[in-house]
Design a protein around this ligand. Structure first.
Ligand SMILES: Cc1cc2nc3c(=O)[nH]c(=O)nc-3n(C[C@H](O)[C@H](O)[C@H](O)COP(=O)(O)OP(=O)(O)OC[C@H]3O[C@@H](n4cnc5c(N)ncnc54)[C@H](O)[C@@H]3O)c2cc1C
Length: 332
């Protein structure tokens, strides 16, 4: 019997964990992501200013492992301690972790999946050049590329992005996905010519704008020279300012950082902002994954369990185990 061909859509930690586990069980995997590389919210942005290389982990800040399985994966990927007991970061950047996990997987990057067509056992994935797709706008004209057939499809995407893809096939799932809630997070990446008078990380203060801030350049293996900071708006602040522009968000969050330092900050040598519409999970699904063995479709992501990277790993691994079962069981 030939091995099952499985499409995994989304190459964040959940999709990577799912793809690796299925491949280890003998499946032939094709992994799709709209990003230029694997990683999703495990992300690192690079820039240059005043002749200095700059680097910012603008998504997840540090990872912790409760289970031995996730601890072993982080060790395998070369994660290093930073910022307190049990906290680990990717080196030379957070994005190094998913890049290492993606090695040996058949990853189709920079492709935005627009539809899943066909039927169980013969699914077809439709996808477009991701650079042509604008969030919240209609899809560009043209016929998306067609790939398949696949025996099964695993979707490891935030719920709002997964819902339209599964709705035609699993009509009961969108309502379950609608009950899941992820908070937005505005993130400012700023570099300064000299050290700021602040500790390496800051927690939120009551009613403050900042949800978390860290001297990213204090993490191991980062480029020497500039003082690089990541400043995240808290969930309430980010929600209230969701439609603001980077030009509004950058001075607001840097002023909040200055207030924590007790003085006006010097002008940054570099400043940029990234809006995460989906960052940390506020209301999870409450089960490790969604899987319909008759449809041979499944959903995974941190949002199934909790807002931490380990939950994405657990969810992806759980979906792979469910998909590897003989497919006579009832839907989960
Ligand atoms: C600002 C921020 C701070 C965080 N801090 C921490 C922290 O300190 N510690 C911690 O443990 N966790 C933290 N997290 C959470 C952690 O990053 C996530 O739990 C984890 O990375 C989620 O992985 P995932 O695979 O479930 O989802 P994602 O990483 O979101 O992966 C989904 C993937 O799907 C792709 N995709 C979406 N739609 C499509 C489509 N139509 N076609 C193709 N591809 C598509 C995306 O490009 C993405 O790569 C943070 C997250 C954010 C945003």
């Amino acid at each position: 019997m030939s091995p099952p061909r499985i499409a995994v859509i989304g190459a964040g930690l959940a999709g990577l964990s799912c793809a690796r586990a299925l491949q280890a069980r003998g499946a032939v995997i094709r992994l799709f992501d709209k990003g230029r590389a694997a990683g999703g919210r495990l992300a690192t942005r690079r820039a240059e200013a005043a002749g200095l290389p700059l680097q910012f982990d603008h998504g997840a800040q540090y990872l912790t492992a409760r289970s031995e399985g996730f601890a072993a994966l982080l060790r395998e990927c070369g994660a290093a301690p930073w910022g307190g007991p049990g906290r680990l970061v990717g080196t030379p950047g957070m994005s190094a972790l998913p890049r290492r996990l993606a090695a040996g997987l058949d990853l189709v990057a920079a492709r935005h999946v627009t539809a899943i067509e066909g039927a169980p056992g013969a699914w077809v994935v439709r996808h477009l050049d991701a650079t042509t797709v604008r969030p919240g706008r209609p899809l560009p004209p043209g016929v998306p590329a067609r790939e398949g057939p696949f025996d099964a499809v695993a979707l490891a995407l935030p719920p709002e992005q997964a819902a339209p893809l599964v709705a035609p096939h699993a009509p009961s799932w969108p309502a379950r996905l609608a009950a899941v809630r992820l908070a937005p997070c505005w993130t400012v990446m700023a570099a300064f010519a000299a050290p700021l008078p602040l500790p390496d990380s800051l927690r939120p203060e009551e009613d403050g704008a900042i949800g978390w801030a860290a001297r990213d350049s204090s993490k191991p293996g980062r480029p020497a020279g500039a003082e690089c900071w990541v400043v995240q708006g808290g969930p309430d602040w980010s929600r209230a300012h969701l439609e603001d522009t980077p030009e509004q968000v950058i001075p607001a969050l840097l002023a909040a950082l200055g207030a924590r330092a007790g003085r006006d900050l010097p002008a940054p040598i570099h400043a940029a902002a990234h809006r995460w519409r989906y960052s940390l999970v506020e209301a999870p699904l409450g089960q490790p994954c969604l899987h319909d063995p008759a449809l041979r479709l499944g959903l995974a992501g941190d949002w199934c369990l909790a807002g931490r990277a380990e939950s994405a790993f657990e969810s992806g691994t759980a979906l792979a185990a469910a998909m590897a079962q003989p497919h006579a069981d009832r839907a989960a």
